[in-house]
Every structure is written in C-alpha cells, then in structure tokens.
Design a protein around this ligand. Sequence first.
Ligand SMILES: Nc1ncnc2c1ncn2[C@@H]1O[C@H](COP(=O)(O)OP(=O)(O)O)[C@@H](O)[C@H]1O
Ligand SMILES: [Mg+2]
Length: 367
Amino acid sequence: MANPPIQLSLQTDQSTASLTPPVTPIAKENRPNPFQTKPKEKDQPCTTYFTDDLEICRDSNDRQIEFGRGVWSTVYKARSTPSQPFLGTPPSSPVTAAQVLAVKAPLRRDARPVLKAEAATLTRLTHINGHELHIVPYHGFHTELCALVLSAIPLSLATYTEDQAELARKRTGLKTMFEPVQGTEAFKDLAKKLITGLNWLHDTAGVVHGDIKPQNILLRESHGPFPYEPLFIDFSATVEITSDDEPLDTTRASMSSFTPPFTAPEMLASLMCSEMAPTAESDVFSLAATLLAVATGDLLLYSNMNHRLRLEMARAGHQIIDFTRGGMSGCRVPKNGFVERIVKPAVVKDPKMRIATADWVKLVSEV
Ligand SMILES: Nc1ncnc2c1ncn2[C@@H]1O[C@H](COP(=O)(O)OP(=O)(O)O)[C@@H](O)[C@H]1O
Ligand SMILES: [Mg+2]
C-alpha cells in the first residue's frame, strides 16, 4: 500500500490486540456545532440482508480475485445466483445474475462488529434520497460470511490519480505543467462532484464519513468533463452528526486508523489523548487534502519526505498548501489559482472557521 494508515490498535494491550477492536475513545463535544443536525429517527430501518447465493470469482490459478484491501477487510470479486425465497428477511436490493459484485469480508476477527455497524450505516444511507449519486450501491449484509455485498466498481480515485500522474509525466509541456494532472476542466468538475457528495453526507444524510481519502472513493463511469461519478465507500469510521446536547454514539469502533496527510491536524494532535471523534470539519479537511493529492497526482503529497517527516507535516496540516507547493508537483497549485481558492478555506487551522459544505458547494461552482 502506497500510503499505509496508522492503526490506533497501537493503543491496545498487546495480549488482547488480536481479539478486541482497537481502542477508540470518543469525546463529547462541548462546542456549538455549526452544521445542521439531524434528529435521530425513531424508525431506523433494520439492516438489509443479502440472501442470494454468492460465488467468489477465482483466477486461472484458482485463487480468489480481490478488488482491494483496507484496514478491516478484503474486498473480493463475486457473482450471485438467486436462492430460494427466504421469508421474514428484509429483501436486499435486486441484483441480476450477470452483475459483478464486491464482497467486503472481515480481514480479522475483530473486524466483524465494525462491518456489522457499517452494514447498519449503509442500510440507513440507502434509504435516503440522493444516495444513488453519492455512495456505493449496497445490496445487503451476508450473515454467513459476515460481509457487505456491494456493486463492483473497479476504479478507485487513488488508481485513477496515479494513472493521470503517469500520463502527465509523459506529456511534458510548459502550458500543462501549471494545471492539475487531469486538466483544468476535469479537476473542477471532479471537485464539484466530490464537494456536492460531502454536502449530501453532512446535510442530508446527517453523518460524518470519518475516513475520506482517495482510496475510499470509487469512480463509476458517467458524463461530463470529469467522466465519472465519484462514490464514497468505507463507512467503517462513520458517525452521526449529533446535536450538542446529545452524546456521541461511542459503540462504534470509529477512527480506527489515520492516514496522514488526509487526517485533519486536530485529529492527529488528539492521537495521544482521549479526545477524538471525526467531525464534519475534519471531513472537510480530509476532502481538501484529497483534492490536493488529486491535482498534483501525488497520493502521498510530500512523497520525497521520510515517513516521520510526513507525519510531522501532517500535524501542521493547515500549512498543507505551502507544503504541497514546496513538493515535486507544487507548480500544479499556483498561488491564488483555482486549486488554492477551492482548498484554502477548507484547511484553516481552527476547525470552527473551516468552510461548511453548503458554502463550499457555492464556492466550487464559482471558480
Ligand atoms: N464496491 C467495490 N468495488 C470494487 N472495489 C472495492 C469496492 N469496495 C472496496 N473496494 C476496494 O477495496 C478497498 C478496501 O475497501 P474499504 O471499504 O475501504 O475497506 P476498509 O474498511 O478495510 O478500508 C478499497 O480501497 C477499494 O480499492
Ligand atoms: Mg478503506
């Protein structure tokens, strides 16, 4: 993995680390929440289950085909065959036999509760208007495998960015070297789609994603200058946006890992103490860092630094634009150019002063 997440399980007792979910203390927030809060619905939909038969696809060497891996899971390529009707189970969303699926299965035993919680989150999100445009299609939870069944979308924003960076390296030219690697119009369209998606998550769905980075965004073919629809995946760190007097849901194993430089600096600063819960503002920072990585084509952002230095720089994350400009692809983020104008209000040091997604949508439409 090019940019390994740092696991918080470092904080767990060695003897139990393999059995218990990483320690994930979440602090109550005392400050006012500037974001729209969403009342808890009384009738939360129960988890959708996947009851058709599943077959994991195999390669010519009879090995199971993987789409990817993360901190918690291995994601396999699979196909489904309809099984006997199973009465009494909430139906999963329809899947045709020809459809390729992605099965997110636990990598370790302690990932099971995390995946179950993710299934509940995905079920809830899938009942909210607009989900088709912004999150991965979810078909249900497979009880036997303890796995999530999703539509397969084989291209991630991380892979796309690496490919575009490679193409840009071959296309040396004075004019294009000051543009984002995928070109100006494609970048603007992508930024608009991503920010609109985050606004949907925060203001319509009422959740904080908690782990936004290029690896957790998939690209489904579509139209426009950026010919894909970016879809958020990996809701393993997701928490609901609560009102101030409501305690946070501490049952979730959220913020189990951090991936600098995408993690907001205040979250990294809180690594050593118990105060940590992803917030709408930390999501905004993470998406801004993602946009910088996408524009420069450098998934590590400061790739010529060693790991320790990069962590130090991520801790001073509000300087992320200057750091990026000092890096190898810094010329792609010219001073006062549109990349800077989109990113700057989203990475300010004080999280309370960061731009809210509704205003961010307006800003990205204007640049
Ligand atoms: N629906 C999908 N289709 C294709 N690949 C996927 C899909 N979901 C996840 N992946 C791949 O698997 C990787 C790990 O999935 P993710 O949900 O991020 O797991 P984790 O919670 O373990 O990080 C992703 O980065 C992506 O490359
Ligand atoms: Mg992931």
